[in-house]
Design a protein around this ligand. Structure first.
Ligand SMILES: [Zn+2]
Length: 493
């Protein structure tokens, strides 16, 4: 795919939209235009005069907002889309870390990254942190980068390797050489970080990996507060040893105590909340309901398509729901009633845009203001009964809109999706690559292991309680059979 420089990009004007610029006051601008010249936002206002030859995009009836930013996504796992729908962290760790992760070849990393990167821009995610912890060799890493270069969007390669300890793989000369080259080549479209977890060993062996990051000038992103895996000791060790910095992104940060949140807040770091993940994998309760007490900056992520949706509409929606559910539950336990929720639709839209930019220290992203990079999403679907009335634009984005409503996506001044169709993307090539990966892995595992991996055993204690209000056996045989087919024999009471 030929790369376009900023100089090759003309002017584009998006007309007559409800614009959510995500500026500080969280303005809502009605019947407003956004003018893009080159790769920057040149003007935001009503009835803009535009340069001759500017491409016009009619966004009437729609919403224009900044491109969304996902601060934690394991793109390589997109090749296994949906496979782990019924997993918890236990199956995930066994499948990827212990048993099958090392079977992934460089071309499999490429396939997952390519499809995941395309999926992101299709859903209006214009910047993605590729939390790439399947990089067993630098050939795997080169394949990951090749895929990111093939898709016209912004990425951060967060280099990781779950098959070795971080102090081992960061010590490899070829890995350091690769990282240094990526750092030197880093630009607005592809940055680099290190990705590894801190397990709480009092001798803090991760120190060596943090020192490599410091030597190379690379931020670190880490899975923190993951029940059974990472805990308060990891945060304390990072903080006490001077490696908790404002650039550090703490993913999940769910099962942590007050001391850890205070350390994160004091060091200026941020939390990446993956609510769909935390809710079903078991890292801990999605932490937004308590993180706000410490004024820790929040961004949003979707984690992995091996389980969940690769779009931030789902992430915003489920984050609102989890925060409000917890707030209600805590109040009900205390015999109280919540009459107005703390977390608002505008907050999650901000976390999905400006919050991501803040986490990545990218002041040029995350809002539609003059001089910012031209990353923009038009949400508009004239065929959809859900597209009107448009009364509460933040509420519309958070609870009504979805991937299919993404009409146009512009990244760095380039239209990558227009009128609901991706532009210049070879989806057939991504399909072939992923099919090859799936065929290969399925062959390596064998059909029985492949099927078993997808279907964890049901817990045995799934008994239905005796019900004192049941005086007669009114249930028909067919109802009982239906229950048994869903819940197993133990449900046959
Ligand atoms: Zn993750």
């Amino acid at each position: 795919m030929a790369e376009l420089g900023a100089a090759d990009k003309g002017a584009i004007v998006v007309r007559h939209a409800t614009v959510l610029p995500m500026d500080r006051p969280r303005s809502v601008l009605l019947d407003t235009d956004v003018l893009i010249v080159g790769n920057e936002v040149a003007a935001v206002g009503a009835g803009l005069e535009v340069p001759a030859g500017a491409e016009e995009i009619d966004a009437s009836g729609g919403i224009v907002m900044p491109g969304m930013i996902d601060t934690h996504r394991h793109l390589w796992q997109t090749a296994m889309r949906g496979y782990g729908a019924d997993w918890t962290l236990t199956q995930y760790f066994v499948w990827y870390y212990l048993e099958h992760g090392r079977k992934f070849r460089p071309e499999d990393i490429y396939a997952g990254n390519l499809l995941g990167a395309i999926e992101a821009i299709d859903a209006g995610v214009t910047t993605t942190v590729d939390w790439s912890h399947g990089l067993q060799t630098v050939d795997h890493a080169a394949a990951a980068v090749d895929a990111l270069h093939a898709v016209p969007a912004r990425f951060v390669l967060a280099y990781g390797n779950i098959q070795a300890a971080p102090w081992e793989w960061t010590a490899q000369p070829e890995v350091r050489r690769f990282l240094r080259e990526r750092k030197d080549a880093a630009d607005d479209l592809l940055g680099v970080q290190l990705a590894f977890d801190v397990l709480g060993d009092p001798s803090f062996p991760e120190r060596a990996a943090f020192e490599v990051a410091r030597e190379l000038g690379l931020p670190v992103t880490t899975h923190a507060g993951v029940w059974g895996a990472t805990n308060d000791d990891g945060i304390r060790l990072m903080h006490e040893n001077g490696f908790a910095t404002p650039e550090t992104v703490y993913v999940h940060a769910a099962t942590l105590d007050t001391d850890s949140y205070l350390r994160i807040a004091a060091s200026g770091g941020s939390v990446s909340v993956s609510t769909e993940s935390e809710q079903s994998a078991g890292q801990g309760y999605p932490p937004t309901w308590q993180v706000r007490r410490f004024d820790i900056p929040v961004s949003i992520s979707m984690d992995t398509s091996v389980w969940w949706s690769g779009d931030l509409f789902s992430a915003m929606r489920t984050t609102l729901g989890a925060d409000r559910a917890r707030e209600h539950l805590e109040a009900h336990v205390a015999g109280e009633t919540i009459t107005a929720p703390h977390l608002r639709a505008e907050h999650v839209v901000e976390w999905a845009t400006r919050g991501g930019a803040q986490a990545l220290k990218r002041d040029d992203l995350g809002s539609l203001e003059v001089g910012k990079k031209a990353d923009l999403v038009v949400i508009k679907n004239d065929q959809s009964p859900v597209s009107f009335p448009l009364l509460n634009p933040y509420g519309h984005v958070a609870f009504q809109a979805q991937r299919g409503d993404v009409h146009t996506v512009i990244i760095d001044g380039l239209v990558v999706k227009r009128d609901h169709r991706l532009v210049g993307i070879d989806l057939a090539a991504a399909r072939t690559a992923v099919e090859n990966t799936v065929d290969y892995l399925r062959g390596e595992l064998g059909e029985d292991v492949w099927q078993a991996g997808m279907h964890p055993e049901l817990p045995a204690d799934d008994k239905v309680l005796d019900n004192p209000y049941t005086y007669t056996d009114y249930r028909s045989a067919s109802t009982r059979e239906a229950r048994e087919s869903i819940f197993g024999e133990s449900a046959a009471t």
